[in-house]
Design a binder for this molecule. Sequence first.
Ligand code: GAL
Length: 445
Amino acid sequence: MKNGPSVLALLVAMLLVLPMAVWAGGGQEKSEPAPVEKGEVMVPQVKTDYGTPSGKLEIFSWWAGDEGPALEALIDLFTENNPRVEVINATVTGGSGVNAKAVLKTRMLGGDPPDSFQVHAGQELIGTWVAAERMLDLTPLFEDQGWMDVFPEDLINLIGTENGIWSVPVNVHRSNVMWYIPEKLEEWGIEAPESWDDFLEIAGDIEAQGVVPLSLATNWTVNHLWESVALGVLGPDKYDALWEGELDWTSPEAIKVWETLDRILDYVNEDFASLSWQQATDMVVEGDAAFNVMGDWAAGYMSTTLGLAPNEDYAWVASPGTDGIFMFLADSFGFPKGVKNEAAALAWLKACGSREGQDTFNPLKGSISARTDSALSKYNDYSKSAAEDFADNRIVGSLAHGVTANEGFMNDFATVMEMFLKSRNPEQAANAAQAIAIQNGIISK
Ligand code: GAL
């Protein structure tokens, strides 16, 4: 058991700091937004006008360093349109937000929210800051900007509850992608595998040529790999059933996911725990590894940062056994209660949701626009293929990037994975996963 603060202590801390969050900033009188009555509850809503934005705007995300160019381009566009605002681009490095989320938690609970912050659409948003009533309902903004008609309904459902809409999606990323270098595969006489059994069949041959069959990186990328393996082994119906609490984690199929992962882990680089996701991509680019399974921010990294051309210098397939399925996630930005600069936060969210903003950000990021009216001519071949697949494929949600399960489960799952990496015991991992699924309300028993 971890010795962290109890829920009660956190609640008391929040009650103590909340009044401090109502304060004057940026020269404007500040107050909590007027709540709107929704059924039994009073929900604070965003206004659609706070006057001309000026002063400092702090945006908080984990898009640092190599992950930064897309956000920087969006900030440039924002600054052109809002010249009186100075953007503070506050980043906490670490893929998938491993470090940023912890810093955000301290700031939110300390009554010092950034003006806007990155958060995954789905349970990660709803189960944390929405549940803690720390966000403004953005429904008036969505209506004002005509976004109800341009964002897919399923996506709006994912960022909404019956009491409101809680963030603005800026993109759609795909999680289940396997990357490789075509020239290298030819040299090694192999093809991209269609299933994990295929992969395991060719892995020995790849290794015999002095090449790592599958590159892997730090802890969260193992969870990322797990979800692709789970989708490949279970298929989309049973994968969804896991999140709906309709498939036991101790069922033979679910145990098989861990067994398959166990066999795959025999063919990854030994130093994986110390690498960043970019370094695992570099291993493929440099010919040290044959394949890497990573979300399509890897396409952004290869195209934007490394200057490689999709379909020529690098290529991709759906991760083994998942052709025709798009495992999706979306980054979004929300409007916390008690921000210092409401006018600038509103202007930022308008930029995030705008067609121009999305078509500036996403071509550099490797993601596609979350809007249905995006200008595809601005995107490279990888993104065009992702947009086609998103329109045609069966869609499922990502665990590692906040869609399918609440943060409690995600954190506990990371612990189960750490245990599995030490024990490599599929049955034990399946039992532990079942226990945390019950504890976190995924399975009701
Ligand atoms: C994901 C996020 C992506 C990308 C990736 C690697 O969670 O949604 O936009 O940043 O992490 O850090």
